[in-house]
Design a protein around this ligand. Sequence first.
Ligand SMILES: Nc1nc2c(ncn2[C@@H]2O[C@H](COP(=O)(O)OP(=O)(O)OP(=O)(O)O)[C@@H](O)[C@H]2O)c(=O)[nH]1
Length: 318
Amino acid sequence: MKDSSLAINNNNNNIKTTNSSSGNNNKLCVTVVGSSAVGKTALTVQYLTNRFIGDYYSGTDMTYPHSFSYMGGSLKTNVDILDISRPSSDVSIREEDEMISSLVDNCPEKCIAFLVVYSLTNSKSFKRAREILSKLPFNSPKYLVANQLDLQHRRQVSRLEGQTVADQFGCPFDEFSAVESLYEGQQCGVKIVFHKLIRQLISNSHVLPYPRMIRFSAFSKMIGAIVSKTRHHSNNKLQQQQQQQQNNKRKSSMSSCSNSSGNNSSGSVDSIATLTPEMSLLHIDNAHLMYGVKSKAIPIIRREMSMSNYPSSQIASI
Ligand SMILES: Nc1nc2c(ncn2[C@@H]2O[C@H](COP(=O)(O)OP(=O)(O)OP(=O)(O)O)[C@@H](O)[C@H]2O)c(=O)[nH]1
């Protein structure tokens, strides 16, 4: 039975996701996969609406365009949540395999994440989850989830079995119930899972690795320290000589990473933030530049990528 709060656009198989924050065509996707009736839709809807809705259409793949806020709400990115719905026949398992390979072929490994779901009341679905994990690309973020934790009395798969398979494929694992909105008395468990996957996608799809930010920050600290020293006038000749040497060092290191306009020669630390576009950071704000240096925000740069439409999926909005 279809819930009326899910507005489904049946005509549109061409999914165009534009990233409003960056204006490019990057597309991040979290794909929810697993056997039939394990609660893939229930978990997805629980994440998007904080509600458990009992019955859904079965047998139709759905794409839920989702806007994800991060960095304390200062940044947003668009993520498609793709819910692959499967009736239980062997034919549809073949179709699902084809769908996964087509997704994997069309989407860079680092832009697609997989939430593999089984029901802890159904050992067949656990076997299938293991099979699916074995087909997923090595570099894609993955999470194994056992659903229907509220049905403990019907448990067929132990927590240890789930954890063992997750360890085998190097992915995190947890048991949830789509019915229960709280996890360990705090946030909805499935929310944590989706957030982890999306954050991993965001981090993977950025051009620069995180360590570069640390290096750059250390560099700006060093320059800041030198500049603050040069502000102290000293009558001591030795100190003056040392200052001179330090100034020379500073100028040479700054000119080595100056931009083409060459306007860094003033020695103002301000210019560090505008030095080289290729040194763009994951994120930069005033906190990353020290000693009263005014920084300019450097926009996030993400890889250009294109991805064809998800086969047979319909767009849904909640
Ligand atoms: N008790 C309980 N029932 C659940 C839970 N999650 C889902 N269900 C029920 O299980 C049935 C199947 O849920 P769906 O979310 O449609 O499962 P699905 O994996 O999307 O199924 P397909 O669309 O056939 O692939 C529905 O009747 C849900 O109400 C859960 O955590 N606990």
